[in-house]
Design a protein around this ligand. Structure first.
Ligand code: ADQ
Length: 475
């Protein structure tokens, strides 16, 4: 089977090996998909602004990477303005953050057409096309119109919002019709899949009817299967690195630096891209509330927030960074003492080993997004807890909450509730901590990235008409 994959981002790391050959990115989606794809000499199609090189074709790690050149102004409209400032906030149900602009929409349509043209050029009739994420929602329909018999899958990495939110998007019908070009549309949770079904039926009534496990489009009906395929991580690699001697040493060093053993301090951790969907400000306010409500923990509780700079040119992100910087400074100013600061704030990306060191050093992780498609940090934290210790506090508005039942669930908007959950985590008996973490680790190990990719592709290939969608994991 030959897979042609379409994603906005290219899988090249920018580095070359000793022989000068380009290298693929290590980890995540790329590592999971490359074995599946290169087995059948697959192609990965991504975009590249003209000022960065435009059109191109690069062979790397057994994979062909085709780069679709996009004029810079058009790329800015498609990526910054439409994908990141309209679809991203709206699909996370943060309507006031969304900006809609007709010129940007036209750029989005044009770039989707460019992707579809490149895909048609690369694809033979018996190939499988797998389109990824919110940047490319029009592509399935464009492909279907040009090549009706093509097998097309689509996966959305972010949430799909409820109908009343989705309808706010001025070109919502076009987006939904775009996705309905696929044979299989996948989401992280059954909840998103149901919201998609409802939105499709209500927006495109007449042309679209619900059917078991999917949607029938047009007359005579073409069936679109819709299902939940919760993404996994490379759990084995995380556990392996977590167990290495080098990591153990680094964990001890970090805990010494935080005076965790010496002063019997609890280390709590947050790790995110600096994005307003991740609830970082609200989390800091919860830490403040916790220190106010439980003064006996002052001097014995350290919250480390690691934030990767993200979308730094967008105004909403700059404003949020100022608010977070301000809150961290204010909380440290209020509670800090000569030998203790409650908040350690790192504003940078960490190499993987260092990230794993932080995961292993943390007694509890605060994963409290306001909304999140899945959230891989929650899974990574558990996968590295090879001692089965540590408590995960998890937002019920993250997709991960439908799988990780061993977490303490919180509403991230409820600051007092999150503060109480921190107190509950600190009081949790050893046996309960271990039981909860072991169950989550086991689940994550079984449902890793390979499982996710192969489940989706198997379902896409099966084409079974009246099968239940593989919504395996929802509560
Ligand atoms: P993201 O919004 O990027 O992904 P997430 O799933 O948490 O969110 O993945 C972030 C990744 O970045 C993790 O692998 C994490 O390790 C890494 N990371 C975060 N902070 C870091 C730091 N300081 N240094 C180094 N690495 C860091 C989108 C959706 C999610 C969905 C994924 C996958 O928004 O909901 O889970 O795609 O589908």
């Amino acid at each position: 089977m030959r897979v042609v994959l379409l994603a906005n981002r290219q899988p090249l790391s920018g580095r070359t090996d000793a022989a000068g050959r380009p290298q693929l990115t290590v980890g995540g989606l790329v590592s999971a998909l490359v074995p599946v794809m290169s087995a059948g000499s697959g192609v990965w199609i991504a975009s590249r602004p003209e000022s960065s090189g435009g059109d191109g074709r690069i062979e790397a790690g057994g994979l062909a990477v085709r780069l679709v050149g996009v004029p810079d102004a058009e790329h800015a409209g498609y990526y910054q303005a439409l994908a990141n400032r309209a679809i991203w906030p709206l699909f996370h149900s943060l309507i006031p953050f969304a900006h809609f602009d007709l010129a940007a929409w036209k750029d989005y349509v044009r770039v989707n057409e460019r992707f579809a043209e490149a895909a048609l050029d690369e694809t033979a009739d018996d190939d499988v096309v797998w389109v990824h994420d919110y940047h490319l929602m029009l592509v399935p329909r464009l492909l279907r119109q040009a090549r009706p018999s093509l097998r097309i899958g689509f996966f959305l990495h972010i949430p799909f919002p409820p109908f009343e939110v989705a309808r706010v998007f001025p070109w919502a019908r076009e987006l939904i019709a775009g996705l309905l070009g696929a044979d299989l549309v996948g989401f992280h949770t059954r909840g998103y899949a149901e919201d998609f079904d409802e939105t499709a039926v209500r927006l495109l009534h007449g042309d679209v009817r619900r059917s078991e496990g999917g949607i029938n489009v047009g007359r005579p009906a073409r069936r679109v299967r819709v299902g939940a395929f919760p993404i996994g991580i490379d759990a084995r690699a995380f556990a392996r690195e977590a167990a290495e001697r080098q990591t153990e040493i680094a964990v001890q060093r970090l805990r010494v630096a935080l005076r965790a053993e010496e002063e019997h301090r609890i280390v709590a951790l947050g790790v995110d891209r600096l994005d307003y969907t991740k609830g970082i400000l609200e989390r800091l306010l919860a830490v403040e509330q916790f220190l106010t409500a439980y003064p006996r923990w002052r001097g014995r509780f350290v919250f480390v927030q690691v934030a990767v700079p993200s979308r730094t040119r967008v105004e909403e992100y700059r404003r949020m960074k100022r608010q977070i910087d301000g809150a961290a400074g204010r909380i440290n100013g209020t509670f800090g003492e000569a030998g203790w600061m409650p908040i350690r704030y790192l504003y940078r990306s960490l190499p993987r080993r260092e990230l794993i060191t932080y995961y292993r050093a943390a007694d509890l992780a605060l994963v409290t997004p306001l909304r999140d498609g899945m959230n891989l940090v929650a899974k990574e934290y558990c996968a590295t807890r090879i001692d089965d210790d540590g408590v995960l506090i998890l937002s019920e508005l993250a997709g991960a909450a439908s799988e990780l039942h061993g977490a303490l669930r919180v509403n991230p908007y409820d600051i007092e509730g999150v503060a109480q959950a921190i107190a509950q985590a600190l009081a949790m008996p050893n046996e309960e901590r271990h039981r909860r973490m072991a169950a989550m680790r086991e689940h994550i190990a079984r449902h890793d990235t390979d499982w996710w990719a192969s489940t989706f592709l198997t379902e896409l290939m099966s084409g079974g008409l009246h099968r239940e969608p593989p919504a395996l994991l929802d509560a």
